[in-house]
Design a protein around this ligand. Structure first.
Ligand SMILES: Nc1ncnc2c1ncn2[C@@H]1O[C@H](COP(=O)(O)OP(=O)(O)OP(=O)(O)O)[C@@H](O)[C@H]1O
Length: 592
C-alpha cells in the first residue's frame, strides 16, 4: 500500500480533479439503477398491473414522463461519463508529466555506480512502459474498479429494497467467487513481476543490439544477435502466455458462478413472482440489473491481472524515485569559485566491488603542471582520473583539489572546475557547433572555431557540407574516430576550466595532428593543470611529469628523461614504440 500512498502524494496539484473523477464515477454508476427502476414502474403500472389498461389511458402523462425520464437519465449518464473520463485523463496525464520530469532528473542525478548496475534498456522500460502502465491504471483500471464496485453495491441495495430474501439467494454466490479470485490473485502476482523483468531484458537486448549494431555487423554476428533476441522474445512471450493462461484455469469457475446468477434469479425469482411475493415489474428490475452483479464477478480475473501489472510497474517506478545516489550533486553552489588546479592523491585505494583497482596511490600535481599517466591496459588510469571529479569516491585515503578533500567540496563547483574528454567519446545528435559548445551554450561562434582550431578540428569541419552547422548523428555517426576525438577535445578545452583531464584523447589521430594538439595545449590562454592519459611516448614525452601505473600501483614517476634513465616500464615502452632504435643509442636524457 506504500506505493498507493506514493501515488497519492504525487497527485498533488491534481488531487481535487482526481477525487472529482472518482466521485463522478460513483454518481454516474449509481445512476445505472435509475432506468431499471423506471422500467419497473412502467411494467407494474402500465403493462402487468391490475389497472394497467386503465392507467394507460388515464395516466398517459405519467408514462410519457417516465419514458422521457429514461431518455434524460441516459443522456445525463453519457454526459457525466464524458466529464468523468476527461477528469481521469487530465489528472493522470498531468501527474505522469510531473513524475516523468522528476524521474528523469533523478536518473540524471545518479552516480556512476548506479549506471554500472542498471541496464539502459531497463531504465528505458521504467521511463516509458512502466509509466504508461501506471497512468493507464490510474485512468482506466481504477475507474473500472470503482464503477464495478459502485454498480454492484447500488444494485444490491436496490435489490434489498425490493426483496431481501431473493437478494440473499443471489449473494450466496459471492463468497466462493471471492475465494477463487483471491487464490488466482496470489498465484498470478509473482508471474507479473517476472513478466515485467523479462520485458526489461527484452528491451535491454534490443537497445544493446541497436546501439552496438556496427560491432554486430563488423563481426557478422547478426544471426547470433537475432537468436539472442528471439530467445528473449520467446521468454517474454511464454511468460505472457503463462500469465494469461492461468486466468483460464479459474475462468470456468468464475464464468459458471456468473451464469449461476441468472439461474438463481430464474428459479427463485420465478417462484417469488408466482407466489406474488414480488411483482412482475420488480422481477424485471432484477432481471435488467443482474448483470451489475454478475459482470464484476466475471471480470474480476481481468481486473486482478491489470492490478498485478499495475503494481509490478509501480514498484519499479518507486524504485527509481527513492534511489539515493551516494555521490549527490545538490546544485547548491551559488557562486562557483575558480580553483588554482592543485591536485593531490594521498594514499588512495579504490575498489569497484571487491577487487582492488587502485592501491595506495600518492602523488601531487602543481597548478599549471602537465602530467601524463601511462600504464598497461586495465592498470587503473581511467579509474584514477575518475576520482578527481568524484565520479566515484575513494575506498581509502583522500583526493585533494586545492588542498581540500573533494568529498568536502561543493560538487557543482568541483565539476565546474574540471574539463574532461573521456576515452569513450560520446557526441550528441546535434550540430558540430552545438557539440563543441555543449559545456557553455553561450560560447560565441568565433570562440567555437578557435577551440576547434586548437583541437585540429577546424579544417575537417569546414570541409563538411554545412561546416559547423553539420548535424552529427547519434554518438557522432558520420565522423571518423580521430575526428570525434578532436571535437571532444575542443569541447573539453572550450569550457576553460583550471583542470583539464584528457583520457586517451589523441590515440586515434596521426602524429602530425597530435603535435599540433600538444602545441595548442601548451599555449592555452587560460591557466590550466592538465592530466593526460596516453599510451604513446610521443604524447607523454613533453609532459612535465609522467606517472606509471601498474596493476593499480604507482610504480614510476618522473620526467621523460628520468624515466628513460630508470630503464623500467617506461623505458621498455619507449623502446617498443621506437623500433629500430637500439637500446645503446638512447642517452641518459632520452635523446637519440
Ligand atoms: N565500472 C566498473 N566496474 C567494475 N570494474 C571496473 C569498472 N571500470 C573498470 N573496472 C575495472 O577496473 C580496472 C581498471 O580499469 P580502468 O578503466 O581504470 O583501466 P585503464 O588503465 O584506464 O585501462 P585502459 O587503458 O584499457 O583504458 C580494470 O580491471 C577494469 O576491469
Amino acid at each position: 500500500m506504500f506505493e498507493l500512498k506514493w501515488l497519492w502524494q504525487n497527485l498533488e496539484g491534481d488531487r481535487t480533479r482526481y477525487v472529482t473523477a472518482l466521485f463522478l464515477s460513483v454518481v454516474c454508476s449509481s445512476l445505472t439503477i435509475v432506468n431499471p427502476y423506471i422500467g419497473q414502474r412502467i411494467v407494474d403500472t402500465f403493462i402487468t398491473g391490475d389497472n394497467a389498461l386503465q392507467n394507460l389511458t388515464q395516466e398517459r402523462g405519467l408514462l410519457i414522463m417516465l419514458c422521457l425520464g429514461m431518455i434524460a437519465f441516459s443522456l445525463l449518464r453519457t454526459g457525466l461519463s464524458y466529464v468523468t473520463t476527461m477528469q481521469y485523463e487530465q489528472s493522470s496525464q498531468n501527474m505522469m508529466y510531473r513524475i516523468r520530469i522528476f524521474l528523469y532528473n533523478k536518473i540524471q542525478g545518479q552516480d556512476m555506480k548506479y549506471y554500472d548496475h542498471n541496464r539502459t534498456g531497463d531504465l528505458m522500460t521504467k521511463m516509458t512502459g512502466d509509466l504508461d502502465m501506471v497512468r493507464h491504471s490510474m485512468a482506466w483500471i481504477i475507474k473500472t474498479i470503482i464503477e464495478s464496485l459502485t454498480i454492484f453495491v447500488a444494485a444490491v441495495i436496490y435489490f434489498f429494497t425490493i426483496d431481501v430474501e431473493l437478494t440473499l439467494w443471489l449473494l450466496i454466490l459471492s463468497p466462493p467467487i471471492f475465494v477463487v479470485a483471491y487464490i488466482f490473485a496470489k498465484r498470478v502476482r509473482p508471474m507479473y513481476v517476472d513478466l515485467r523483468e523479462r520485458l526489461s531484458q527484452l528491451n535491454s537486448t534490443t537497445q544493446e543490439n541497436i546501439a552496438g549494431n556496427r560491432v554486430v555487423k563488423a563481426f557478422a554476428r547478426e544471426e547470433y544477435e537475432i537468436e539472442k533476441f528471439t530467445d528473449k522474445n520467446i521468454n517474454y512471450s511464454k511468460a505472457n502466455k503463462t500469465a494469461a493462461l492461468v486466468w483460464l484455469d479459474y475462468f470456468p469457475y468464475l464464468e459458471t458462478f456468473a451464469q449461476a446468477f441468472n439461474v438463481i434469479l430464474m428459479l427463485a425469482g420465478g417462484i417469488f413472482v408466482m407466489k406474488g411475493r414480488i411483482t412482475f415489474g420488480e422481477f424485471s428490475a432484477f432481471s435488467s440489473l443482474i448483470w451489475a452483479i454478475s459482470n464484476p464477478m466475471r471480470n474480476i480475473g481481468i481486473i486482478i491481472n491489470d492490478i498485478q501489472r499495475f503494481f509490478a510497474s509501480l514498484t519499479k517506478i518507486v524504485e527509481i524515485y527513492y534511489a539515493r545516489p551516494n555521490i549527490a550533486n545538490e546544485h547548491n553552489a551559488v557562486e562557483k569559485r575558480r580553483y588554482e588546479g592543485r591536485i593531490a592523491f594521498d594514499h588512495v585505494s579504490f575498489k569497484y566491488e571487491s577487487a582492488t583497482v587502485l592501491d595506495d596511490v600518492s602523488f601531487t600535481i602543481k597548478p599549471g603542471e602537465t602530467v601524463a599517466i601511462m600504464g598497461s591496459t586495465g592498470s587503473g588510469k581511467t579509474t584514477l582520473v575518475n576520482l578527481i571529479p568524484r565520479f566515484y569516491d575513494v575506498t581509502k585515503g583522500q583526493v585533494l583539489v586545492d588542498g581540500v578533500d573533494v568529498r568536502k567540496l561543493e560538487l557543482d563547483e568541483l565539476r565546474g572546475n574540471i574539463g574532461v574528454a573521456t576515452q569513450d567519446v560520446l557526441l550528441f545528435s546535434d550540430t558540430i557547433d552545438g557539440n563543441v559548445a555543449f559545456g557553455d551554450p553561450d560560447l560565441p561562434e568565433e570562440k567555437t572555431e578557435e577551440y576547434a582550431q586548437l583541437a585540429a578540428a577546424h579544417e575537417f569541419i569546414t570541409k563538411m557540407p554545412e561546416g559547423y552547422d553539420t548535424i552529427v548523428g547519434e554518438r557522432g555517426v558520420g565522423l571518423s574516430g580521430g575526428q570525434k576525438q578532436r571535437i571532444a577535445l575542443a569541447r573539453a578545452m572550450a569550457v576553460r576550466r583550471p583542470i583539464l583531464i584528457l583520457d586517451d584523447t589523441t590515440s586515434a589521430v596521426d602524429l602530425e595532428t597530435e603535435e599540433h594538439i600538444q602545441k595548442s595545449l601548451n599555449e592555452l590562454d587560460y591557466p590550466c593543470t592538465k592530466i593526460i592519459i596516453a599510451q604513446r611516448v610521443s604524447t607523454t614525452a613533453k609532459a612535465d611529469r609522467i606517472l606509471i601505473l601498474d596493476n593499480g600501483r604507482l610504480i614510476e614517476e618522473g620526467t621523460h628523461a628520468e624515466l628513460l634513465a630508470k630503464r623500467g616500464y617506461y623505458y621498455d615502452v619507449f623502446m617498443l614504440q621506437n623500433e629500430g632504435i637500439g637500446r645503446g643509442q638512447v642517452t641518459e636524457h632520452g635523446q637519440k
